[in-house]
Design a protein. Structure first.
Lengths: 149, 301
């Protein structure tokens, strides 16, 4: 747990819900956006620039009383591929999941090609994901151009 | 969703060969009437001579009737109608849509919205699959086969969509490539990666003479001014290659010169009279290949 010299929790524990850990600090607000957490009725707490052994600095988001479908969570795999998902029930981690990069990404990302039809007409974007080693590329289903992440 | 032709990769190797066989049948029998109960829309949002005329002729030669426009200026698009609404409306009128549009991806989108097959007749710098199929038809016609052909592609290999689609399509047939282009217009990395992944050998040069005598197909392209964002870059390369008849003395006897046309100065007119010039025949082939594609997508061949 992300304690501060063991004295207090920087981001307090939740009873039931989902904890997204190991998010790159700079992506925390985007994750909140993609998961639509700003409209949440239950408590949502988050931290950025927390110390992490594996990442140096990390972000964390705790969402009370929310349990996501895999499809929903995998949307954030693009910006936080190494995030871990902890399902919490009664203050205990009952399940840990890793994200998998979905084969197609709808919405979220804009096509980089200024001549792509999705940048001129009211069309939701759609991309095929191409994993090249540690890099993820998105190929626009429409104009076929590659958008690097 | 009915089967459309948007990108050359929508067709399998078997489908490609089937289209070429049907096109051969069309070349031997240029007027048929089995589409006499069909209406085809040719909607061109961007100017075109060859592609539009050959599609319209192809549909007419099969007995179909043709509606459409050759310029978006006199349509509701000027009133701000969306592409989606235009396609929805047209697809309620006709049995098949042939579309050219300046925006990349517009044809894929149209095929998702339309209730009838869509043929992409060019979506900006992206794809022009019927050109690729007619290139394949012409290569097979002149060489008697598609396998193990040596192709030298010349000119604008960076922006030239016909080049990119042809090399994707040829990957089914164990080709060898030479790429002749100035540094500014070299083949993009993604296509080198593609060929490496398929194990296709290729050589590169900036000198047109270097591989001229060791190739079966010399695929010339125009340097397309409309694809350049920087006019200075265009001026630097626009006259970089110019093929004339005197350069052809040592070429293979079976060598043929193809060009998607229109050509500018990259092929001098004295080449037209040599036995190697095949670009006008290639343009004619476009009609047979388009007859074949229309017939196939309407389930008649």
């Amino acid at each position: 747990m992300e304690t501060n010299d063991g004295k207090q929790l920087k981001v307090s524990a939740i009873k039931n819900g989902t904890v997204l850990d190991h998010i790159p600090s700079c992506q925390v607000f985007k994750v909140i956006d993609i998961l639509g957490l700003s409209g949440s009725e239950h408590p949502v707490t988050f931290g950025v620039n927390l110390d992490s052994k594996s990442m140096g600095r990390k972000g964390i988001i705790k969402i009370s009383e929310r349990f996501f479908k895999d499809d929903e969570l995998n949307k954030i795999a693009l910006i936080a591929p190494n995030a871990s998902v902890n399902i919490i029930r009664d203050f205990k981690v009952v399940e840990k999941k890793l994200l998998t990069i979905p084969e197609t990404i709808c919405g979220i990302v804009k096509c980089i090609n200024p001549m792509c039809v999705t940048n001129h007409e009211d069309i939701p974007t759609r991309f095929r994901t191409i994993v090249k080693g540690s890099e993820i590329q998105l190929q626009c289903v429409y104009c076929e151009k590659i958008t690097d992440l | 969703m009915p089967k459309s032709l948007i990108s050359i990769q929508d067709f399998t190797k078997e489908e490609i060969l089937h289209i070429l066989d049907v096109a051969e049948e069309m070349e031997h029998n240029k007027s048929q009437t089995f589409l006499s109960d069909k209406v085809v829309a040719c909607i061109f949002f961007e100017p075109s001579t060859r592609t539009r005329l050959s599609f319209e002729t192809a549909a007419n030669r099969l007995g179909a009737r043709v509606i459409g426009f050759s310029d978006a200026a006199n349509t509701s698009i000027r009133k701000g109608e969306s592409l989606k609404d235009t396609i929805k409306m047209v697809s309620n009128y006709v049995d098949l849509i042939v579309m050219r549009h300046p925006l990349e991806g517009s044809a894929r989108y149209a095929s998702e919205v339309a209730s009838v097959p869509v043929i992409n007749a060019g979506d900006g710098a992206n794809q022009h699959p019927t050109q690729t199929l007619l290139d394949l038809y012409t290569i097979r016609q002149t060489q008697g086969r598609l396998d193990h052909i040596n192709i030298n592609m010349v000119g604008d290999l960076k922006y030239g969509r016909t080049v990119h689609s042809l090399l994707q399509a040829m990957s089914h047939f164990s080709p060898e490539f030479e790429f002749t282009a100035p540094d500014e217009l070299k083949l993009p990395q993604e296509y080198r990666d593609f060929m490496d992944s398929k194990g296709i050998p290729y050589k590169e040069t900036a000198d047109l003479r270097e591989y001229l005598d060791s190739t079966d197909i010399l695929y010339m392209t125009r340097i397309q001014q409309e694809r350049f964002t920087d006019p200075v870059e265009y001026e630097k390369v626009k006259n970089v290659y110019s093929l004339n008849a005197s350069m052809l003395s040592g070429v293979r006897p079976n060598m043929k010169i193809l060009h998607p046309l229109p050509r500018l100065q990259e092929i001098a007119t004295d080449v037209d009279e040599t036995p190697y010039a095949w670009y006008f025949k290639q343009a004619e082939n476009g009609m047979y290949v388009r007859m074949a594609i229309i017939s196939y997508l309407l389930g008649k061949r």
